[in-house]
Design a binder for this molecule. Structure first.
Ligand code: NDP
Length: 505
């Protein structure tokens, strides 16, 4: 049975620093503001980890990996620890959601019921995965048996983005630890609050010191020091495509395995044969959930011409009624974007669209009339652009906000050409009740995930990740097993062998 959530809303700590070898570290001198995006008020301060602190974190993880119990522990003991992590995260889901909201601005309800429950579930999921993971046996070579055992790889660098900090980072942490690795986690410097408490909670649940270490700071400072550290054996990164390219180049130079979960510009294809109402609801949900800041957002909505005018009109009517406001208030559907810089970037895309001659059908600015103190927050209206060519920048570039672009298509070939006509390939959404169309499109779409008549349904057992510029590698049950373990082949003859006898005459 899961424990009830008895946690109270937490006041954020005055300073968030690193957590190494089971203990919070004295905060260093370089400080960065942590800001509540709904009001622009500073709520905490981040103490940035420099290269020396990153080195201490990697050294702590290295020491446990090289000589500690964690990688050598039996599966049942590790499962018990993972379940304790599950329980404590769930029991504090309200507190964690509140902290996350304070530096992210996604609605408290969405954070508590979706993000934090998912964060807890990640531990339970990987506890179950390791209980079912078996090695392999090859006995096809006469007289020999080869067995393949899986061993943890080493010290994992886990680098997470700001859009769903705890939900995404916890997947990496749970997977890395479940397979016996030790880790150093680096969240985005914009969103350290909930993850700092999360790491503390895992230790309260009994996680041994040094198994999971936390460093905080900017990507080019703290992240770069972590990626370049000689004691890191593998890197799991979720973030933007350009950052991913730079990290993978460094990993390549050092011959370190990495997974890259990167950006997207996912097509949401609505055929005239779709269940219209469901497709409409899902089109809105897949672009406006999480304040529009999702790698898997259905941001390019391709609608078949016979239904396009009606679909777009209905979408607009609903988009204009979305409840924007205080992310802590029940009923809020769209909160602020995570930072002022990101708000400005998203708004610039309205100008980019207009500059290319596209029509902005609704939105494109900050919402008017929000009461103080929300008037100072980083809000963007639900924005909808109408494109006539897939070459438009708002059809090609990831905007990462509540910004949908519509493009009408003319028949099956046109739909697939437009859907695949991007450098990204994370997810495709497909709406049609015509089975042959579905079967054909599933085969033709070039993306790591195809959601047919559904929206954002993560199956954790299955691989998740992107084709093309959306990533390299996958996350998921077996995919994480492959990434976080090294296969070791052990060959044993059934009977004593007779080796070739060099030098025996
Ligand atoms: P970034 O690429 O800017 O940052 C991601 C993480 O990498 C942050 O922790 C960042 O630190 C860090 N970082 C930045 N530069 C470096 C560096 N040189 N070396 C090491 N670490 C570095 O992405 P965002 O945080 O802006 O996240 C949004 C992006 O993430 C979007 O493109 C989105 O599509 C993608 N994403 C992909 C998902 C997927 O599963 N495919 C899921 C969710 C998001 P800091 O922020 O502190 O500078």
């Amino acid at each position: 049975m899961s424990p009830a959530d008895t946690s109270l809303p937490a006041a954020p700590p005055a300073v968030v620093g690193a957590f190494i070898a089971g203990a919070p570290q004295p905060p260093g001198p370089v400080r960065l503001p942590v800001v509540y995006p709904a009001t622009a008020a500073q709520v905490s301060e981040l103490a940035e980890s420099d290269a020396a602190e990153v080195d201490r974190a990697v050294t702590a993880a290295r020491a446990v990996f090289d000589a500690g119990d964690w990688p050598r522990m039996g599966v049942a003991a590790r499962q018990r620890m993972l379940m304790a992590c599950h329980d404590i995260v769930l029991a504090h889901s309200g507190e964690l959601a509140h902290l996350e909201c304070l530096n992210l601005g996604v609605s408290l309800a969405e954070l508590k019921t979706r993000h934090m429950h998912r964060a807890a579930y990640n531990f339970r999921f990987f506890a179950e995965v390791i209980g079912q993971t078996a090695g392999e046996v090859y006995d096809q070579t006469d007289g020999y048996r080869s067995i393949v055992v899986r061993e943890p790889v080493g010290v994992a660098a886990l680098i997470a983005p700001w859009n769903a900090p705890t939900a995404l980072a916890s997947m990496k942490v749970a997977a890395a630890l479940a397979f016996g690795n030790t880790a150093v986690l680096k969240p985005s410097e914009q969103t350290p609050l909930a993850l700092a408490r999360f790491v503390e909670l895992l230790h309260e649940a009994g996680l041994p010191p040094g198994v999971l270490n936390l460093v905080n700071g900017r990507g080019p400072v703290t992240g770069a020091a972590l990626v370049a550290h000689a004691g890191v054996d593998l890197i799991s990164f979720t973030g933007g495509t350009e950052t991913g390219r730079a990290i993978m180049a460094e990993a390549g130079r050092r011959l370190k395995p990495c997974t890259m979960e990167l950006g997207g510009k996912s097509a949401n294809i609505v055929f005239a044969s779709a269940d219209y109402d469901r497709a409409l609801d899902a089109a809105l949900a897949s672009i406006f959930s999480n304040n529009g800041q999702q790698c898997l957002a259905g941001s390019r909505i391709l609608v078949e011409k016979p239904i396009a005018d009606r679909f777009i009109a209905d979408f607009l009517a609903r988009a204009q009624r979305i409840r924007i406001g205080d992310p802590m208030a029940p009923g809020t559907e769209l909160g602020p974007l995570a930072s002022a810089a990101h708000r400005d970037r998203v708004l610039r895309y309205a100008d980019v669209a207009r500059g290319e001659g596209l029509e902005i059908l609704t939105g494109g600015g900050a919402p008017a009339g929000l009461p103080d103190p929300l008037a100072g927050g980083f809000f963007v209206e639900p924005t909808v652009a109408l494109a006539t060519s897939n070459a438009a920048r708002v059809c090609q570039e990831e905007i990462f906000g509540p910004f949908a672009t519509f493009l009408a298509f003319d028949g099956y070939e046109d739909a697939i050409a437009k859907a695949n006509g991007t450098d990204f390939g994370l997810v495709s959404y497909l709406w049609s009740d015509h089975l042959p169309t579905v079967e054909r499109a599933v085969r033709d779409l070039r993306s790591g995930v195809v959601w047919v008549n559904t929206t954002m349904t993560r199956e954790l057992r299955a691989p998740f990740g992107g084709y093309k510029d959306s990533g390299v590698g996958r996350e998921g049950g077996a995919a994480c097993r492959d990434f976080y373990t090294e296969p070791k082949t052990v060959t044993i003859p059934a009977m004593p062998i007779t080796p070739r006898r060099f030098g025996a005459g």
